[in-house]
Structure formats: structure tokens, C-alpha cells
Design a protein around this ligand. Structure first.
Ligand SMILES: Cc1ncc(COP(=O)(O)O)c(C=O)c1O
Length: 426
């Protein structure tokens, strides 16, 4: 028996076997009707990912170092322009001095600092919930929460356009998954009505959808949740700090914060750091703190990151004018783009997408803008529902920056003979 198994193994070893790494050499995607690998895009001078930026030190707000040049940054999620704020930086530096560079362990065991406890209490109070817990990244927050909270017998009723971290969390969960058409409340209701009476339901939505920048109808979402006895999870990654009378997010702006059962936020955007959190009833937080693997088996956020968030939170509370200025700038950008003949979605968020259906055109425009001193993000399907240039405004941008962007975009698209005046077909 053992010698048969042994000879089988040795004859198998001589067979040609496909190489696991083959896919790494031939990785690519269909672009403009043909298969393009990253190295092909580089050879064509169209590759626009992993751009390398230098120190911000000494640069005016809104600008970033790119090689030996400075470029205008219109692709950052640092919405409130706090990454370079002296108080935020000083808080992080001071935390390293007092606590060191890391925590070397899970929150459950040796990793909890008084700084984490303070931050979680402040975040819970900020969004009006009983308790909060923090995670290493926003991605981890969504993944660990959805996968840890829901199981067989539950249903996750998800907006169609959710961020990958929510999709992955849902996929890892044993719950049944249902997707409703993007922000379509009639379809959401049909999905809820179709759930069995004994199924426990969690509705999952973003407040500001990360790529197109449109805003969820949270009022009707919570109304339907009440009607069908469902719970509601809202990812406020792009809403918190930006919307609402106190900056607590879109749910606050729409007057339904108290009806959202779980509020989620990331620290990599308005909080100028890295990490994420959820806030909810004490029971929910206590359960997840002891059970969800993405929290229990992962190291605590380092002191510098936590201290930076605490400082950013204080500034968010003290300086509402930052978010007001930001939203005014985004509106100005939309109207200037329209005045210049571009077709732009209606919207109110700092995320202003310009749809460019053809991928090659999209890369040419992004590359052309960068060479003219402006960075924007290229986003391809399926990361967004359409291929688009994702422009994001921050509180650092001035009217002059907006004019420069619009004028440059006009010049680049004209030179490349790309017409963006018509409403893109869905
Ligand atoms: C809606 C949304 N949720 C979650 C995340 C993940 O956050 P992080 O990048 O901080 O891990 C992002 C980030 O892109 C996001 O846009």
C-alpha cells in the first residue's frame, strides 16, 4: 500500500504540471478591445497606477511632489485637508514619544491602550451610539463586521454598488445574500418583502458611494427597515466629517442617525490617518469584540494613528467651516465643468466623476492631466458602474485650483479629440 502510493507519487512528479505563477506573468485585462498587461500599458506610456509622490513638506495646500515637479492633487480622500495639519501631526509624534511605535498584539490581549479606549468613547459619542470599536483598516472593519455578525439563517440585503470590503465580508458570511438595485427603494422593499418571516435581516448600504459620489436614500432605507423589522448598517467612509450639522455623516444630515443600527467609518479619509470603526449598541460591540476574527486575531492600531484620529476628530468638531468650504468647492467644480461643456452628474459630495466610457481614452486623459500637473484617479469597471475619472475635492482647494483643473481638462480632451459633452449611456 505504502509502496504503491510512493511509486504513484514519483510517477506523478515527472508529469508536466501547469505553473501556479503563470497567471502572474500574463495578468492583464481587456482594454479597448484587446488584452493589455500592465507592462504593455507602461510601454505605451499610459500606465497611471502606483504613481510615486514625495514629501509634502514646504508645499502649498492641495499640491504634492511628483518626481522633481509639484502637481495639484485632485485624487485624495483627505477631504478636510488634515493630513498635513500641525495639530494632527504633532499628536501623532507625541504619541510615538509617549507610547512607542506600535502595540505588538491584539486588543483582546496585550494591545489595548488608554488611547484606544478614549477614541472609541469619543467616536461613539460623536455618532450618538452606546459604544464603538476600532480596527486596523476600513476594509478590515467591513469585512470583520459583516462576516462576524451574520450567519446561516440571516439575510444580508445589500445595495448593488457596495465597496469590495463589504462584498468580501458578505461573501465570507454564512448569511443569504440579496442585492437590490442601486439606491432603488422600490426594489429594496421587494427584496425585504420576499424574505421569510423567520429570517433575520441586515440592510447594508454606503452613505456616499465611493466612486460615483452619489448619496444613499437613508430616510427611506430606515423607514423600510422599521416596516420589515430589519437592522441597518451604513458605511460612512466618505460621509463622516463631511456631512451633517456636526459632521457625523449623511445619516445625521438626513435626520436618521438614531435609526441606523451600525455606523461604520474609516480613518483614511476625513480622519487623516488609517484604520476604521463601527459604532452601535453596547451588546453588538461587546459581541463582536469577543468573536469576530478580523478583530480578535489582528494587532491593535498603533498609537500614532489613534492619536491622529483623536486630533482630527477635535478639529472636525471645532471647525465646521472646513466641510462647508469643501462642499462649496465641489459645487463650483460641477458648475465650472458644465459651463465648459462637460456632462456631469448632479450631486452634492466632494466626489465628482467624469465618465469616459472608452478605457484607452480614460488612460490618455489621466496621463495627459498628470503631465500638465494635475493628478486624478482613473477608475475602471467593475470598481465603478462606468469607466470614469474620479475627481475628489478637498478643503485645500481654491477657486484657482478648480479653474486650473477645468481649463486643463478642456485642453487635454480637445487635444485628444475626446468629446465629453453628452450624457454617457448606462
Ligand atoms: C466605502 C468604503 N468603505 C470602506 C473602505 C475601506 O477603507 P480603507 O481604505 O480605510 O481600508 C473604502 C476605501 O476605499 C471605501 O471607499
Amino acid at each position: 500500500m505504502s509502496s504503491d502510493a510512493g511509486s504513484g507519487a514519483s510517477s506523478q512528479a515527472t508529469l508536466a504540471r501547469p505553473d501556479l505563477f503563470e497567471k502572474c506573468r500574463n495578468y492583464g485585462r481587456m482594454v479597448g478591445g484587446y488584452f493589455m498587461r500592465p507592462q504593455d500599458a507602461k510601454a505605451l506610456g499610459l500606465y497611471t497606477y502606483f504613481e510615486v509622490f514625495g514629501p509634502r513638506e514646504g508645499l502649498p495646500p492641495g499640491e504634492i511632489r511628483w518626481g522633481d515637479r509639484t502637481v495639484l492633487m485632485f485624487g485624495s480622500n483627505d477631504y478636510l485637508d488634515l493630513i498635513n495639519h500641525p495639530r494632527v501631526k504633532e499628536a501623532a509624534i507625541e504619541a510615538v514619544r509617549r507610547y512607542g511605535s506600535g502595540c505588538s498584539g491584539s486588543r483582546l490581549l496585550n494591545g489595548t491602550l488608554d488611547l484606544h479606549v478614549r477614541l472609541e468613547a469619543e467616536l461613539a459619542a460623536f455618532v450618538g451610539k452606546q459604544a464603538a470599536m476600532t480596527f486596523g483598516t476600513g476594509f478590515q472593519t467591513n469585512y470583520a463586521t459583516l462576516s462576524g455578525l451574520t450567519e446561516k439563517g440571516d439575510v444580508l440585503v445589500c445595495d448593488h454598488n457596495l465597496h469590495a470590503s463589504l462584498v468580501e465580508g458578505a461573501l465570507r458570511s454564512g448569511a443569504r445574500k440579496v442585492r437590490f438595485r442601486h439606491n432603488d427603494m422600490d426594489h429594496l422593499e421587494r427584496c425585504l418583502r420576499a424574505c421569510a418571516p423567520d429570517e433575520r435581516i441586515l440592510i447594508v448600504s454606503e452613505s456616499v458611494f465611493s466612486m460615483e459620489g452619489d448619496v444613499a436614500d437613508l430616510r427611506n432605507t430606515v423607514r423600510l427597515a422599521k416596516q420589515y423589522h430589519a437592522r441597518v448598517f451604513v458605511d460612512e467612509a466618505h460621509g463622516i466629517g463631511v456631512f451633517g450639522p456636526t459632521g457625523a455623516g449623511v445619516a445625521e444630515q438626513q435626520g436618521v442617525l438614531a435609526d441606523v443600527d451600525i455606523v461604520m467609518g474609516t480613518f483614511s479619509k476625513s480622519f487623516a490617518s488609517v484604520g476604521g470603526f463601527i459604532a452601535a449598541d453596547q451588546d453588538v460591540i461587546e459581541y463582536l469584540r469577543h468573536t469576530t476574527r478580523g478583530f480578535v486575531f489582528s494587532a491593535a492600531l498603533p498609537p500614532a494613528s489613534v492619536a491622529a484620529v483623536l486630533a482630527a476628530l477635535q478639529i472636525i468638531r471645532e471647525e465646521p467651516e472646513r466641510r462647508h468650504r469643501l462642499l462649496r468647492t465641489a459645487q463650483r467644480l460641477r458648475s465650472e465643468l458644465r459651463a465648459r461643456g462637460f456632462w456631469v452628474y448632479d450631486g452634492e459630495t466632494p466626489i465628482v466623476p467624469v465618465v469616459i466610457p472608452n478605457e484607452l481614452d480614460l488612460f490618455r486623459v489621466v496621463r495627459g492631466l498628470l503631465e500638465e500637473g494635475i493628478y486624478v484617479n482613473p477608475v475602471l469597471k467593475p470598481a465603478a458602474s462606468q469607466n470614469l475619472v474620479r475627481i475628489s475635492c478637498t478643503a485645500a482647494h481654491t477657486d484657482e485650483h478648480v479653474e486650473r483643473l477645468v481649463e486643463t481638462l478642456g485642453r487635454v480632451t480637445q487635444r485628444l479629440n475626446i468629446d465629453l459633452s453628452a450624457r454617457p449611456s448606462a
